[in-house]
Write a protein that binds this ligand. Structure first.
Ligand code: AMP
Length: 216
């Protein structure tokens, strides 16, 4: 089961990817999480440049992303499948994925308004080492500012400010149409299955819908 989740930053891709990963016992692969753990505590120029770009809400070059994803997908745990969160973000990434014969069975597009996203993103906290996500109001940790599992400190992402969030949403819109068109065409050709999901609905309703889709 090889799945791609597409949607605005904070549309719930991380949460749904975690659900799918647990339910179907396949790894959840978030490029954002991989990047953040790669640059954590690194001081050389290459990594500082990546960090700067992430903090400013800019996309990392396709070359770097492709090399990270190829390495990750060739690991043994991906043989049974995977759920990708935050990849592809450009049409080039989608095409290179196909050229490298990394098959995709399902593409799920999570639909939600920009207004709702802004509400969700302000107050978000993350445990960088694991990628676990919390929210000060909607999903607070058991102990303030601490990860539930390790007790380590939670941080607010530098790119979770209103200004940068708007930049990231615009960046997503820039590539979205092309990517969706690409996958819809593949859906028509029966090379994969493409579905839209209303991500404004309650969590259990979204998850029920996902389960129904993945059993088809
Ligand atoms: P995310 O955690 O998915 O919100 O991603 C955080 C940041 O990581 C993005 O704003 C980009 O700077 C970078 N990033 C994540 N995935 C990709 C990708 N597929 N292509 C380029 N940059 C990416």
């Amino acid at each position: 089961m090889k799945i791609i989740l597409i949607g605005y930053p904070c549309s719930g891709k991380g949460t749904q990817a975690k659900f799918i990963s647990k339910k179907y016992n396949i790894p959840k692969i978030s490029i954002g999480d991989l990047l953040r753990s790669i640059i954590l505590n690194k001081k050389n120029k290459k990594y500082l440049d990546i960090k700067k770009k992430i903090n400013q809400g800019e996309l990392i070059s396709d070359n770097i992303i492709i090399s990270i994803i190829k390495k990750r997908l060739s690991k043994k745990d991906c043989l049974k499948g995977y759920v990708l969160d935050g990849f592809p973000r450009t049409i080039n990434q989608a095409k290179i994925m196909d050229q490298n014969k990394f098959k995709i069975d399902y593409v799920l597009e999570l639909l939600i308004s920009k207004k709702k996203i802004l509400k969700r993103m302000i107050g978000r906290q993350i445990h960088i080492q694991s990628g676990r996500i919390y929210h000060k109001i909607y999903n607070p940790p058991l102990n303030k500012n601490r990860d539930d599992i390790t007790g380590e400190k939670l941080v607010t992402r530098k790119d979770d400010t209103k200004k940068i969030i708007i930049k990231r949403l615009n960046e997503y819109n820039l590539f979205k149409k092309e990517i969706i068109k690409y996958y819809k065409k593949k859906n028509k050709l029966k090379q994969l299955k493409f579905f839209k999901i209303n991500a404004k609905k309650k969590l259990f309703i979204i998850q029920e819908q996902i389960q129904k889709i993945l059993s088809q």
